[in-house]
Ligand binder design. Structure first.
Ligand code: ZN
Length: 431
């Protein structure tokens, strides 16, 4: 099974340009007749890492759903939710359930479609047959912020699994907000859920009990009425029940991501988790009342790693020289250099050493290329002085900063390959 994925889908493990977050230049792209998705900016062309996607971005989903529910909420970078709704093909509805399946990339889903009767049906619809893009890095923290606020990592300040906290000079881990600022200090954009709740709408969030009131939940999804439930079936029934009343329900599943990190996304355990999620969503469809819109998305996809392509910064002097701290992801490390070191020198050494194995840029290059979208000045120092995005199945870890297990996970994500950045956008309207 593994070798099949290798031989038939090699392009899926290649880096490709990071999607633009905003709508600004879409009219432009349309008038010049360029295909949306391929129209790189001048800056992007120079750095080779930006592309347009129009509305087909994870950050457009909740603004578009807000328009579908008749309460359009514009955001800092999406002024026209109704236009996003039309471009994404969402019907108007009385109630919406937005399902986020952590780690279920478009290609992870597509390559295992035989195991998922419900999701396969939605993939076959014209609306579901094309992926949307997640943010950079393709990781939960950054994607949740982007999704929950309808903006981008440069505005949410959530730029990776871990990043520098300029207040204490430490690398903070943002799943748990360990060593981090408070969620209110770090993430200053209004959340979509608080804006929707402000219109008087019912806003329900259903996930695991342990995430109730967590800092990450606060940062990305503040404003929703949270219901924590361990059992997947209970979560589904609660979502169906909530939908009797008009409004929005956010339903979260972490099972695929967890199985992927523990056993690899090509494992039997991953398939079992995937089948279970698919079964739950089929149940959801049967239980929801009429005039309910179900939208299925993911925060990122996953790649299988290759132990032969694991690079340890700590054991590679050419990579560790001048580097004080390492944050980010195994697929997209962020380097913070010593005060007397020029980040360009570090970037040059990394490029020399890694060659085709990764894209490497300074913070300035990454920001100019639009990797994080619009960036607040306070967020700039949180982003690494140097950023790498791994190609193929490469992981770039640091045994000084990460546990041994964390440096050897069978499946990971974070970089800008097709596998990691294409996520599903599936629409099911029950009339
Ligand atoms: Zn993950």
């Amino acid at each position: 099974m593994d070798s099949q994925i290798d031989s038939e889908n090699e392009g899926l493990y290649e880096l490709r340009p990071v999607a633009r977050y905003d709508d600004a230049s879409r009219a432009n792209a349309a008038t010049t007749g360029q295909t949306v998705g391929n129209a790189a900016t001048e800056q992007g062309k120079r750095h080779g890492l930006t592309r347009y996607v129009g509305a087909r971005h994870l950050g457009c989903v909740l603004p578009a759903v807000s328009a579908a529910l008749g309460a359009p909420v514009p955001t800092r970078i999406h002024p026209d939710p109704e236009r996003l709704r039309v471009e994404l093909g969402l019907p108007h509805a009385r109630a919406a359930i937005v399902v986020l399946v952590d780690g279920l990339g478009f290609w992870n889903l597509t390559l295992r479609r035989g195991h998922a009767a419900y999701l396969r049906n939605l993939l076959d619809d014209s609306a579901g047959s094309r992926p949307i893009s997640t943010c950079f890095p393709a990781t939960t923290v950054a994607a949740m912020g982007t999704f929950g606020t309808g903006t981008c990592p440069g505005l949410t300040g959530m730029t990776g699994y871990s990043q520098l906290n300029p207040r204490n000079g430490k690398i903070c881990q943002l799943i748990a907000f360990r060593d981090a600022m408070s969620p209110q200090e770090l993430q200053t954009q209004p959340t979509m859920f608080s804006a929707l709740a402000g219109t008087g709408m019912r806003v329900t969030s259903i996930g695991l009990p342990k995430f109730a009131g967590s800092a990450l939940t606060e940062a990305a999804f503040h404003g929703a009425d949270y219901h924590g439930m361990r059992s997947m079936d209970d979560r589904v029934r609660a979502a169906a029940e909530a939908s009797r009343e008009p409004g929005i329900t956010y339903l979260y599943f972490n099972e695929c991501d967890k199985a992927g990190h523990n056993y690899g996304w090509e494992s039997e355990q991953w398939i079992a988790a995937f089948e279970k999620v698919d079964g739950c969503l089929g149940l959801l469809r049967r239980e929801v009342p009429r005039d309910t819109l179900i939208v299925v998305v993911a925060d990122h996809g996953m790649v299988q790693t290759d132990p032969q392509q694991r690079i340890d910064i700590a054991a590679t002097p050419q990579l560790s020289q001048g580097v004080a701290l390492v944050g980010g992801e195994p697929r997209a490390p962020m380097l913070y250099v010593n005060p007397d070191v020029d980040p360009r020198d570090v970037a040059d050494r990394w490029r020399d050493y890694l060659g085709e194995r990764a894209w490497v840029g300074t913070r300035r290059q990454a920001i100019d290329a639009g990797l994080y979208g619009m960036v607040r000045p306070e967020v700039e120092p949180m982003i690494g002085d140097v950023i790498a995005a791994a190609n193929d199945r490469v992981t770039i870890v640091d045994s000084r900063f990460q546990t041994d297990r964390a440096t050897r996970l069978p499946s990971v994500h974070g970089s800008a390959t097709v596998m990691e950045t294409d996520v599903p956008f599936l629409i099911d309207y029950i009339d």
